[in-house]
Design a binder for this molecule. Sequence first.
Ligand SMILES: Cc1cc2nc3c(=O)[nH]c(=O)nc-3n(C[C@H](O)[C@H](O)[C@H](O)COP(=O)(O)OP(=O)(O)OC[C@H]3O[C@@H](n4cnc5c(N)ncnc54)[C@H](O)[C@@H]3O)c2cc1C
Length: 421
Amino acid sequence: MRKISLIGGGQAGLLLGFALLDKGYAVTLYTDRSPEQVLNSRIPSTAFLFNSSLQFERELGLNFWEDVVPYGEGMHVDFRGPDGRIGLTVQGRLGELKGQALDQRTKFSRWMREFSQRGGKLVIQSVSVADLERIAADSDLTMVAAGKGPINAFFERDEVRSAHSTPPRHLAALLLTGPQLMGDRPWARVPFRPLRFNFVAGVGEFFSLPFYTHTRGECRSFLFEAIPGGPMDRFQAARDGHELLEIARAVVADFAPDDLHHLDGAELTDEDAWLKGSFLPTVRKPVGRLPGGGLVMAIGDTAVLNDPIAGQGANNAVRMVRYLAERIQAQGQRAFDADWMQDVFETFWNESAVFTTGFTNALLLPPGEPVMEVLGAASVHPPVADAFMRCFDNPRNYFPWITDVSLARAFVAERTVRDAA
Ligand SMILES: Cc1cc2nc3c(=O)[nH]c(=O)nc-3n(C[C@H](O)[C@H](O)[C@H](O)COP(=O)(O)OP(=O)(O)OC[C@H]3O[C@@H](n4cnc5c(N)ncnc54)[C@H](O)[C@@H]3O)c2cc1C
């Protein structure tokens, strides 16, 4: 039986672990915290998964929360001026591509227990480069899915594919419950349960998603993406979640006052339901050569780390895991050498991650002409809005029209003509 070692018990490491157990591999997963520690830690993320990602988890029998996590059924987006005034509104439905957002503390702690029950070997250990040497020598294949962990620095930054030299946003996130937030139709002007987006020109963005956590059940996440040094960049001095919530109220009052009443009576779901900070989006070279000659491969955020503005990091990890599991199986008894690792990553990059990264980086900039063309049409033609939002499920579908105004016009024409017919 071929032996595969994975470092990191997050979206990429755990999911790949399950996919490989399913295919009959002997899988050891090293991760730095026990299920109890994960459950009782601060939230690491507010990740929303679109249907294609959820579907892969369902296929592996892992969406234990299907019936309790509220679905995000579509997006309601206001594009605002720096004074908060709405310039353009776009509202689109995801249809069957609707998704769910689940507290990663809830998910990963449960998945870690499940991993052991399905025959995986779980080792609680913070892995160092020296440990990697020993692990790789004892395994047919070793993959590092350590997210944003500092061990990532072992993999060289790809200067050509990494678009940023400083963090593009300063982040803050909260899980909130409150009388004006929950339910099927929390926003009166939206006829479905929305992912609520506000884009404020020159200031930043903030998002609220239907969410589920083990501490309170249904709730909503709030993610603030402040342009560094701008008028929304007020969160970083907060000492706890309560201070973060007060700043959040002030920011919403300043830039989306019509949304402020949603925060009436709102409170944190628990004392750990918040995060703040920033990070540098980075694409890394996938093959790591250890001093002793062993090889390890970067996957998930360790390989492709994007800003959360487009909600793609965990979705990208799922797409990557699905592809990796196929390629590992297709390799049969042959060696997982550097050429194989390079080829697997290059193919995934060219077929998927390049689009995810390109779309994410585009959202961090003022919308270009092709996007404005489509958003303008989407604001008056629901089928165009639906088509635009549904591309979030697989950002490859934003290309090539997102880069070319005549193709963007064709994208609009196709949907409006189809609708008229
Ligand atoms: C605020 C915020 C909002 C987000 N929203 C979305 C969203 O809406 N949709 C979406 O798709 N994505 C979103 N993301 C991104 C998403 O959370 C990540 O892309 C995803 O979790 C990456 O999975 P991963 O397995 O690569 O890393 P992680 O899930 O971070 O897992 C890494 C694991 O490795 C462990 N580890 C680290 N170092 C070591 C070590 N040396 N030894 C052992 N273990 C180690 C860590 O403890 C962790 O358990 C968001 C991120 C943030 C910060």
